[in-house]
Design a protein around this ligand. Structure first.
Ligand code: NAP
Ligand code: 3JM
Length: 340
């Protein structure tokens, strides 16, 4: 059903990810015929801007997806679990940002620069999953290294921004900082501990094996996207008091040796990746460099001298953009270009 323009719904439109989706659809001139904005009952009736027009937000609970071509979902995992299949049933192709469907073998898990060919499997359930933000920026860098030298093992530690935990989490960091500077009592609601001037080695819930669910997502999703279960991945995920952009310190062991210069060359050709690596001039990426940018930035590329074929590097990306909303819209662009 090739069309000139499409009816698009955003479920979770008032959230951090949903609002970025609205901006990205507009910025990239996605062929939208009609945009339906949906959230919970709480924000039904509020208005958001799209292409200079005010659009009213509706309640997802009452929504039918008849006539909707593409649904961009980020209303939380338990809500997607219920509404994504309903939407798909009505003929809407769902691109879901939550963790709920990611490991379903009948749902493709897609990062366009890495495995866009997997999109075809949307035909199985009408759902395409968008990976976790920390996974997306990792695989964009791992894939070209894997193609060049075979990745055997990855040890990754993350430094994740509060924006990844939603709008209330962003407000919690601001409020705690204001309260601390005004000698007021600090309230802890969203995060398990105070986040202002702190680091929390817990993202999402703990599993029985001592890992967190966020760590499990990174380890499992990386193998699925790279289509290689032999890659060993060990992750530690940490929330830090940064507003936007996730950072990752990554140790990579490869089958064949690569020098840091070869890695720089490989990554400078990689789609969606920018090498920012000149330590003698103080050049390396930080969250302030990557915020509101589409690309994934890499620096601090150096040899791990403790093993024969090891590389250490540092990855930074805008977790709300490439880590969520942009990746979803890129999937939608390929969907309409190649499959509809
Ligand atoms: P957020 O800022 O807290 O926004 C949550 C959104 O979901 C709001 O629009 C909210 O509407 C809506 N919502 C909540 N409960 C709902 C319900 N029962 N029915 C309909 N809508 C409901 O969170 P966010 O940062 O945008 O993230 C939203 C979700 O996206 C996360 O839970 C996660 O699953 C996913 N996510 C994915 C990535 C990724 O890596 N791909 C990154 C971040 C988040 P109201 O305004 O009405 O409350
Ligand atoms: C990022 O409703 C929920 O439990 C959502 C929790 C969540 C997720 C998730 O599991 O979908 C918050 C922030 C993610 C994610 O991308 O995995």
């Amino acid at each position: 059903m090739k069309k000139d323009s499409y009816t698009v719904a955003i479920a979770g439109a008032t959230g951090m990810v949903g609002q970025e989706m609205i901006r990205i659809l507009e910025e990239r001139d996605f062929p939208v015929k009609e945009l339906r904005l949906l959230a919970s009952e709480r924000s039904a009736g509020t208005e958001l801007n799209f292409r200079g027009e005010k659009l009213k937000v509706g309640a997802l609970s009452e929504e039918t997806f008849d006539g909707v071509d593409i649904g961009l979902f980020s209303p939380g995992a338990s809500v997607s679990a219920v509404y994504a299949p309903k939407a798909a049933e009505a003929g809407c192709i769902v691109i879901d940002n939550t963790s709920y469907f990611r490991m379903d073998p009948d749902v493709p898990l897609v990062v366009p620069e890495v495995n866009s060919h997997a999109i075809v499997d949307f035909r199985k359930k009408g759902i395409i999953a968008n990976p976790n933000c920390s996974t997306i920026q990792l695989v964009l860098v791992l894939k070209p290294i894997h193609d060049a030298a075979g990745v055997k093992r990855v040890v990754v530690s993350t430094y994740q921004a509060v924006s990844g935990a939603g709008k209330e989490a962003v407000e919690e960091l601001s409020q705690q900082v204001r309260d601390l500077f005004n000698l007021r009592e600090v309230e802890v609601k969203v995060f398990p501990k105070r986040i202002a001037f702190n680091c929390i080695p817990q993202i999402d819930v703990f599993l029985e094996d001592g890992y967190t669910k966020e760590e499990a997502k990174m380890m499992n999703e990386t193998k699925k996207i790279m289509e290689d279960d032999s890659i060993l991945v060990s992750a530690t995920t940490v929330r830090v008091p940064v507003f936007n952009c996730h950072c990752e310190s990554v140790n990579i062991e490869t089958e064949r040796k690569l020098t840091p210069q070869e890695v720089r060359e490989i990554l400078s050709e990689a789609p969606g990746v920018v090498v920012m690596d000149d330590p003698s001039k103080g050049v390396y990426p930080t969250p302030l460099d990557a915020s509101e940018r589409d690309e994934v930035f890499v620096g601090r590329i150096r040899e791990d001298r403790t093993i024969p074929n090891g590389i250490n590097l540092w990855i930074v990306a805008d977790n709300i953009r490439k880590g969520a909303a942009l990746n979803a819209v890129q999937i939608a662009e390929i969907l309409i270009r190649d499959y509809l």
